[in-house]
Design a protein around this ligand. Structure first.
Ligand code: TXA
Ligand code: MG
Length: 347
């Protein structure tokens, strides 16, 4: 068990002294949980293999699952990447700081522990004052989401404390994160560019700025066979509560959910239905309903998603039935997470 220092800071005007102490921890080879605009990250210096190994131990993460390197200035891209296509450079200048991650060829300085031995590296510049200041002080930081492997990514200080207290050297709690889903990851190392993970930056916008089609493999939608994962790390089970989750997709979900719930109740199961506010209004059912937001506001749904997935196990139910959303904009990221969390999908 590690003695974890916890700092609670104002996200917009963080305490300089706290950041300085955390910067020293990173420089000294320690691991620090810090907020980003997407989810919390668990960071170490991207140039220190021994420090990066501690991240894998703290998370219980398989060593073959590479990490994202976080930078605070575009020029740092050249410290961590070997070659960057012109159009990728243009795109990151549009999207950074922000929830957009590019896979490019790695520089020799980035240690192999970060990239799991791959010749490529994932890079992004987070749009959070705390993250940017920490990186400015400590240099490029390799960081996965700060959850214990397999759990939903942490979007609040409370989630971080649950998972990383006693595991990380320091935690910077800056309250709830803005988006609540992780960054969008694009592989630019071969053409056509490929979406590896849909995230907070809609792929439609990315394609528009790159001025080319970006391939969306079925795996990026959370479908397809696990064995044929896009990236080594995406093979692993993700986001799933202990409680079984049935995902109901498609049109007319109100009737479909009603039917599924009725059958489960008949079997004597205690059921919760997690639905949009629109569906909640039309669903006549005696069981407990939890709303994740309005279908007209995917931003809200994405933001609530991980919090709700984490809460399912404390709801006192045998099974959860969740309504799917349309795969447009942020909906693609939401559906990717829901499909990975689901034990069963119904159309
Ligand atoms: O929003 C985010 O991206 C958050 C915050 C903390 O920045 N980070 C995050 O990291 O979600 P993580 O480790 O949970 O997810 C990164 C994903 C993994 O699935 C990993 O397999 C993939 O990125 N990845 C990293 N490097 C890669 C590479 N060189 N090639 C292919 N995939 C890579
Ligand atoms: Mg993660």
């Amino acid at each position: 068990m590690t003695l974890t220092k916890v700092f609670s800071v104002d996200p917009l005007n963080p305490c300089e002294e706290a950041l300085k102490m955390c910067c020293e921890v990173v420089k000294g080879g320690g691991i620090v949980v810090f907020p980003t605009e997407t989810v919390y990250g668990l960071g170490a210096s991207a140039f220190n293999g021994e420090a990066v190994k501690k991240i894998f131990i703290a998370k219980g993460r398989p060593a073959d699952n590479p990490l994202i390197v976080h930078i605070s200035r575009v020029e740092q891209l050249y410290e961590v990447a070997d070659s960057v296509p012109e159009e990728v450079l243009n795109a990151v200048k549009v999207f950074w700081p922000g929830p957009f991650t590019v896979i490019v060829r790695k520089s020799a300085r980035v240690v192999k522990e970060v990239t799991a031995g791959l010749p490529t590296v994932a890079v992004r510049m987070p749009a959070h004052p705390v993250a940017l200041k920490l990186i400015d002080c400590a240099g490029p930081i390799a960081a996965p989401s700060a959850n214990i492997s397999g759990r939903p990514s942490p979007t609040t200080g409370f989630h971080v404390m649950m998972d990383m207290f006693g595991r990380a050297d320091a935690i910077i709690d800056a309250g709830e994160t803005l988006y609540g889903v992780e960054s969008t990851i694009i592989d630019t190392t071969s053409k056509p560019y490929k979406l590896l993970r849909p995230g907070a930056m809609p792929i439609e916008k990315v394609a528009e700025v790159l001025r080319q089609e970006v391939l969306i493999p079925v795996q990026a939608r959370g479908l397809g066979e696990f064995e044929k994962a896009l990236a080594p790390g995406m093979r692993y089970k993700h986001y799933s509560p202990e409680t079984p989750v049935i995902l109901v997709e498609g049109l007319n979900t109100v009737q479909a959910i009603k039917k599924v719930v009725e059958e489960l109740v008949k079997e004597g199961k205690r059921v919760v239905a997690i639905v949009s506010s629109e569906t909640a209004k039309n669903l006549e059912t005696p069981i407990r309903l939890v709303t994740y937001g309005s279908r007209a506001n995917l931003f809200e749904i994405a933001k609530n998603l991980f919090k709700i997935l984490r809460e399912i196990d404390n709801m006192g139910v045998d099974i959860a039935v969740i309504e799917g959303v349309e795969e447009k904009g942020l909906g693609l990221a939401v559906m990717n997470r829901l499909r990975k969390a689901a034990t069963k999908i119904i159309h």
